[in-house]
Design a protein around this ligand. Structure first.
Ligand code: KG4
Ligand code: ZN
Length: 337
């Protein structure tokens, strides 16, 4: 069965065709980075307009690349939330209209579940595994027991990891989105140059906090300016970026490994935009190897927002709970973990 996936939860308009929840036949992403870049972050109104302009061409391209017509689809799947509500609605309305026109089921998909499904599209995964989901809006660790069962073990108490990358990047005037820019700047920096704080919260906690780290970077940069020095040079920015990245990676990796050990699980997985980070991927690969654990690392294109993971998980949703009622709503926040 071919399923068309649509994803418009934030600043990427994406559509993909996936066969039987497993084979990616096409995977189209139209990024809005250029539109939001000059504002230093996603502007919801601009995102909505761009989604409404792009969604049909992106769907057309995904179908054309796949060589599949609307009539050959078994279902249309769409991200229903969490995300920017106006942006989500563009995808939801489009998916409902297409499903209605083609007389096929529509499947509402949760954005967090679809992020985690990147692992299923990349590996013949075995359960259970502990999952780190780190993106611009979420940072959490789950105990994944099946494709659609993820038990929350810990989550951020303030900023998401991706948000911290974006804010520190803005502070260093490195551009948006911050993750890839910090990663690039960090390549020429020393990760041990500055000892930024690693907030672990209480002993044994699997929750996260990144606001202190973000503030520490702000004070470091301001402190330098207060000494009468101009803004950081390119080399200094490299050291700040590398030291900040090392602090985030250290916390994320230590908590994921701790979660695996605590729950006696031999497999770990990563997902979400921050899972694209090369330093995090390297660190966790080394941690996993050292402990003889399996680590699932999806390709970068499946870590950041895309519609292949939406179409993929929808296949199993359809087999399990069945199609969604045509009147389902988009939601900005997740109602349950
Ligand atoms: O999953 P995603 O594409 O969208 C959300 O659901 O939020 O994640 C976007 C986030 C942004 O904060 C971005 O800066 C971060 O993921 N990101 C990265 C990298 N690539 C994207 N963070 C660190 N390193 C990267 N290479
Ligand atoms: Zn996302």
């Amino acid at each position: 069965m071919f399923i068309l996936g649509i994803e418009t939860s934030c600043d990427e308009t994406a559509a993909a065709v996936v066969e039987d929840g497993a084979r990616i036949v096409s995977n189209e992403v139209a990024s809005q980075i250029d539109l939001h870049g000059k504002f230093g972050g996603v502007v919801p109104e601009i995102a909505c307009r761009a989604h409404s302009e792009c969604v049909i061409p992106v769907v057309d391209k995904a179908l054309a690349d796949a060589g599949v017509t609307l009539g050959e689809l078994g279902a249309v799947a769409v991200t229903a939330g969490p995300g920017l509500i106006g942006a989500l609605l563009i995808g939801v309305i489009t998916a409902k209209a297409l499903a209605w026109a083609a007389d096929i089921p529509v499947v509402a998909v949760d954005h967090l579940e679809s992020h985690i499904y990147a692992n299923n599209l990349s590996y013949d995964v075995e359960y259970p595994f502990v999952t780190l989901l780190a993106s611009g809006g979420h940072t959490a660790i789950y105990l994944s027991e099946s494709m659609i069962s993820h038990r929350l073990l810990g989550a951020t108490t303030d900023d998401a990891a991706g948000e911290a990358f974006d804010k520190v990047s803005a502070l260093l005037s490195l551009g948006y989105p911050g993750g890839p820019q910090i990663q690039k700047a960090a390549e020429n920096g020393n990760p041990s140059a500055i000892d930024f704080p690693r907030t672990m919260l209480s002993e044994g906690s699997l929750d996260f906090s990144f606001s202190g780290l973000k503030t520490a970077v702000l004070y470091y940069v301001r402190g330098q300016n207060a000494e009468g020095r101009p803004d950081p040079t390119v080399a200094e920015k490299g050291d700040i970026a590398a030291s900040f990245q090392a602090a985030v990676v250290d916390v994320l990796a230590r908590k994921l490994v701790a979660a695996a050990e605590r729950h006696g699980v031999r497999r770990m997985a990563i997902s979400g935009g921050v899972a694209a980070n090369a330093a995090l991927r390297e660190r966790l690969s080394a941690d996993a190897e050292e402990r003889g654990l399996t680590l699932y690392v999806p390709p970068v294109k499946l870590c950041t927002d895309n519609a292949a993971t939406v179409a993929g998980i929808a296949f199993h949703r359809l087999e399990g709970a069945g199609a969604s009622d045509m009147v389902f709503d988009a939601y900005a926040r997740r109602l349950a973990p």
